[in-house]
Design a protein around this ligand. Structure first.
Ligand code: FE
Length: 239
């Protein structure tokens, strides 16, 4: 009986290892503790470890939605509407922060300003009838929502950012903002049309909203052709 229990526990560990490897590949996990395949650790690893708090996904920081959200965003992957700028593909993954599993069917809703720092849909900037750089995508079985857009510009008082709201079953489960490494923004902003507005202010560290969790909401960027692919995994609580 004792031996049987051992075997089954080992089999479970192997399975957990497999789940972990798969999850790491999609970027949904951050293990708070590294897992080792000893019996003593079995109880604090994998899904059991999640329940005990030994292993966790990172909860995406909640941040203000700001003044420019509109509730009429279209479901569309390409939100550029011909706006000039450096191409940016966004790969936004939604995971359940309690189980670290991808969430399928979440509606990821994003909006950001153009290369000149202007938002669509606001009378303040004379764009009330426009809807550029706004859109919604549903996550697939891997929790992934994909967008095609441009690298955002900046406006006075804020560092470069993209707003995001995640809806699940009619509820808002996350309101946040996504950020960019300053060094990369510097490189991008040397190119037109961004270079027409030099001396952006503030940078990440000087932004009062960024300071509350912005580092954990910073996109990982990889070069792709003349543009970039930005990826992040957002851990959310189902409500
Ligand atoms: Fe904003």
């Amino acid at each position: 009986m004792h031996d049987d229990a051992r075997i089954s526990r080992r089999a479970t560990l192997t399975k957990i290892g497999g789940i972990l490897a798969g999850a790491v590949a999609v970027g949904g996990w951050r293990a708070a503790e590294s897992l080792s395949a000893t019996e003593d650790d079995a109880a604090s690893s994998g899904p059991a470890g999640v329940a005990l708090g030994a292993v966790s996904c990172v909860l995406a920081p909640e941040q203000t939605e700001g003044p420019y959200y509109l509730d009429d965003h279209k479901v569309r992957r390409n939100i550029t509407e011909g706006k000039a700028g450096v191409p940016l593909t966004l790969r936004l993954t939604v995971v359940n922060v309690s189980t670290c599993k991808p969430i399928k069917g979440a509606a990821v809703d994003i909006w950001h300003c153009d290369a000149g720092g202007v938002y669509s849909g606001t009378s303040v900037q004379g764009t009330e009838d426009d809807r550029f750089l706004r859109g919604i995508q549903r996550t697939d079985a891997k929790g992934l929502a994909l967008f095609r857009t441009i690298y955002p510009g900046w406006y006075e008082g804020r560092t470069v950012h993209i707003h995001v709201i995640v809806h699940l079953g009619g509820n808002v489960v996350h309101t946040g903002q996504l950020y960019f490494p300053d060094a990369l923004t510097d490189a991008v902003y040397r190119r037109t049309p961004y270079s027409r507005r030099p001396n952006r202010n503030p940078r990440n560290a000087g932004d009062s909203i960024y300071r509350n969790g912005g580092k954990r909401s910073t996109l990982k960027l990889a070069k792709s052709g003349s543009g970039y692919i930005g990826s992040i995994s957002m851990g959310v609580q189902r409500s």
